[in-house]
Write a protein that binds this ligand. Structure first.
Ligand code: ADP
Length: 302
């Protein structure tokens, strides 16, 4: 269990975390969601003993991280946001090095290089790697280092689609082993897909903790339905509003409609009954900012 107790962090004039209280349970996949600068990295680094709380404390399995850093660091594996390895080493050498300092066998290295799709580049210098390849090597290190707790800072930021798919597989594998995973992300969809619970941070404050379904409901309810008609008529707007749309905004040919998900089929039917021909129709997720503001409003926060 990870307990974050009344934690505040000040960097000179910046209040990076403001009285955060949070408990993450064993076996839970927990996402910390927030825009840049909201305090996500600071919180993760505090869990692994790299940042000292100005006030409050963090306990990992009951161990005070700042008072017993050696013991606490052994409990969790940390994947930082900006990974850097010496340019003149190869992926294989990095993995071998880590295996050696951890007293592990290097027997699985070939398999790991294959799993993270670095087998073609495993003997090339890291200096020639793209950001995504470096990130994949980071995932390789996670695979090399069995642990019960994984702390991952924006793990998909540099990954291409294939890399993201591999990452999701890895998370599912760790989940099935009842590992505890704490990951920072600024992607709503990633948090919804992977996490059991999600904490929303804004300017160092914990705004809310939601389970994935609750968050999905909030974002679904505000997803915009986009409609392009073969020939738009002015009264279509009224039809939409009369049949349950909350808002209709028209930009050029595109009607942006906000309506509860269960109202959408009725809306399309009402349009069809009025003789409207729909050329294109799709939905667009609300932005993280939008979901925040809604949750802030729900919690009575300005
Ligand atoms: P996030 O991970 O959500 O982008 P961070 O935890 O990195 O947020 O940063 C939170 C705030 O603390 C930001 O305003 C950032 O500029 C500031 N900050 C982070 N690390 C330092 C540091 N070492 N020194 C001074 N300010 C910092």
């Amino acid at each position: 269990m990870i307990e974050i107790l009344e934690v505040t962090k000040k960097y000179r004039d910046t209040l990076a975390l403001n009285q955060v209280n949070l408990t993450i349970n064993d076996g839970e996949t927990f996402a910390i969601l927030g825009p840049n600068g909201s305090g996500k990295s600071t919180l993760l680094k505090m869990i692994v003993g790299l940042v000292k709380p100005t006030q409050g404390k963090v306990l990992v399995d009951g161990v005070d991280v700042w008072k017993n850093p050696r013991e606490a660091k052994r409990k969790a594996v940390f994947l930082p946001q900006r990974l850097s390895f010496p340019d003149n080493l190869t992926a294989r050498e990095v993995l071998s090095y880590y295996a050696r300092i951890r007293g592990q066998s290097s027997g699985t290295i070939n398999q790991i290089l294959k799993e993270v799709h670095l087998n073609g580049a495993s003997d090339k210098f890291i200096g020639y790697y793209s950001g995504g390849m470096v990130q994949r090597l980071g995932l390789g290190l996670l695979k090399l280092t069995p642990s019960k707790i994984y702390i991952l800072d924006e793990p998909t930021v540099n990954l291409d689609l294939e890399g993201v798919a591999r990452f999701k597989e890895l998370i599912r594998e760790l989940k099935s082993k009842q590992c505890t995973i704490v990951m920072a992300t600024h992607l709503l969809s990633e948090a919804e897909q992977l996490a059991d619970r999600i904490a929303l941070l804004k300017e160092g404050r914990l705004i809310a903790v939601k389970n994935a379904l609750e968050l999905k409901r909030t974002s679904d309810a505000d997803a915009r339905m986009m409609i392009v008609f073969v020939e738009a008529k002015p009264h279509y707007r009224e039809i939409l509003l009369q049949n349950g749309a909350r808002e209709v905004e028209i930009t050029g040919d595109i009607y942006r409609v906000i309506a509860e998900p269960d109202k959408r089929p009725e809306l399309l039917e009402a349009l069809r009954d009025a003789g409207a021909q729909i050329e294109r129709f799709w939905t667009e997720e609300p932005t993280l900012e939008y979901v925040y503001n809604r949750i802030l409003a729900e919690n009575g926060i300005q």
